[in-house]
Design a protein around this ligand. Structure first.
Ligand SMILES: Nc1nc2c(ncn2[C@@H]2O[C@H](COP(=O)(O)OP(=O)(O)OP(=O)(O)O)[C@@H](O)[C@H]2O)c(=O)[nH]1
Ligand SMILES: [Mg+2]
Length: 428
């Protein structure tokens, strides 16, 4: 596995990848919820250094890198994390557009083994769009710590697509993922996703719209069902994207508008009003996720997640959340400011001692006054003062912050601050 070419960009779609891609390359998309390890997998397979860290939303644009596995080139695309195809933010829009219209040869949906149920939502949404899917159950080491066992074989049977278990930090575990990727790309494995069947009235509506769509456009059956679902759902932003990326006009097409209105009227007669349609669709997906997780997840220690939740409740509570955060930050700043005095002092003494020796050397060499003062009192002294003042606080602050990051405390801080950020219009 190794890197040959790379690129990053906000909205790389299939055409944009052509300049990076050779004919023999397969394009592989890495999609999934935020913070599930997509960039860690990407980095380990391509040798690149995409930003990783223990909080959601680090990757904000598509990045590509090459991975050579068993003499085959794979062009990997690391997509920003998204909880759903229904995008809420700019990076989720980038993710949605690539998943929906990027036409990769294979899409790896990375899921978090410790909260599979929530992650399966995106898996089912993606299965509505494409068949060439591999589910990568990552963070198996964390699941093991929490005594969660996942029956990967059964999960694969339930979803109808290949499922591979990984611990992305251990590069070796990615071999079986690449094996499966290769087999899917060469059609040795042909995934057959078992899609969600919605309630009877929605399914009837879908069939009616699909018929009209088929008559109006040349579409694959998967794409047809997906577009029909988006029309029923009246998802304006996705419909706009479909029109733009697939060059088809849906909102101006009379036949499609008529059948969509007819279906909405039929649904209303059966107490499914347009405003609540999304709830019906999402609840059918969530019900399926819950059923599957009930079959494939075995929790050996029920107390573990209870303990986690108890700690979370305290760290994010209205009463204690902010004081605990201030306390943590105060301790970190105190350690940084007070603690850095000692190494700063030591560095000052060391650099001062060296400066004296340099001045002696300059005298010994009879260097002109202007030269020694420019080089020693100017360049050397300024540089060493900056190092002595800046280096110790950074060497203390960043490791401490990394510990907080690795403990997963930063997302809790983000949760506590969310209300304030919203008031300042810093979030959407
Ligand atoms: N213990 C463990 N940690 C992992 C594993 N995979 C990734 N991580 C860690 O999980 C955190 C998130 O990983 P990323 O690769 O940044 O996740 P991402 O899915 O790219 O996140 P976004 O770009 O925010 O969507 C990092 O701290 C990784 O080191 C794993 O298998 N086991
Ligand atoms: Mg990432």
């Amino acid at each position: 596995m190794g890197l040959t070419k790379s690129s990053t960009g906000s909205n790389l779609l299939a055409n944009d990848l052509e300049f990076l891609k050779n004919d023999s390359d397969y394009v592989i998309a890495l999609a999934g919820n935020p913070n599930v390890g997509k960039s860690t997998i990407f980095n380990n397979l391509t040798g690149m250094h995409q930003h990783t860290g223990n909080w959601p939303g680090k990757t904000v644009s598509n990045a590509t890198g090459n991975c050579i596995y068993k003499n085959t080139n794979f062009l990997l695309v690391d997509i920003p994390g998204t909880y759903s195809i229904l995008s809420n933010s700019e990076e989720e829009e980038i993710a949605r557009d690539y998943i929906c219209f990027g036409h990769p040869d294979c899409t790896i949906i990375v899921v978090d083994a410790t909260c599979l149920e929530r992650n399966l939502n995106l898996v089912f949404q993606t299965m509505d769009i494409t068949n060439n899917i591999i589910v990568c159950v990552n963070l198996l080491d964390e699941a093991k710590k929490k005594k969660i066992h996942i029956d990967l074989k059964r999960l694969s049977d339930e979803l109808g697509v290949p499922v591979v278990g990984t611990t992305a930090r251990k590069k070796k575990t990615l071999n079986s993922l690449m094996d499966t990727v290769q087999k899917v790309c060469t059609h040795d494995i042909q995934p057959a996703p078992k899609k969600v069947i919605y309630n009877k009235y929605i399914e009837d509506g879908l069939s009616k719209i699909e018929k009209v769509l088929n008559a109006e456009f040349e579409l694959s059956s998967d794409l047809c069902r997906w577009i029909a679902l988006k029309l029923i759902d009246d998802e304006e932003t996705i419909i706009n994207s479909i029109e733009k990326n697939l060059s088809m006009s849906l909102s101006n097409n009379k036949n499609i508008q008529n059948i969509t209105n007819e279906v909405h009227n039929d649904l209303e007669k059966n107490n499914i009003i347009k405003k609540h349609l999304k709830d019906f669709i999402v609840s059918d997906i969530m019900h399926k996720c819950e059923t599957i997780c009930g079959k494939v997840c075995i929790f050996e220690d029920e107390n573990y997640s209870r303990r986690d939740r108890k700690i979370d409740k305290i760290l994010t509570s209205k009463k204690f959340g902010i004081p605990i955060m201030l306390l943590f930050l105060a301790v970190i700043f105190w350690l940084t400011i007070v603690g850095s005095n000692y190494p700063s002092q030591a560095l000052f003494s060391l650099f001062g001692w060296i400066q004296e020796k340099l001045l002696h050397l300059a005298n010994f060499l009879h260097s002109p006054e202007w030269l020694s003062s420019m080089l020693i009192s100017g360049v050397y002294q300024t540089l060493t003062w900056i190092i002595a003042v800046m280096l110790p606080p950074m060497a203390i602050f960043f490791p401490l912050f990394t510990i907080l990051e690795d403990l997963g405390y930063l997302p809790r801080i983000a949760f506590n601050m969310d209300g304030f950020f919203k008031k300042c219009c810093c979030t959407r």
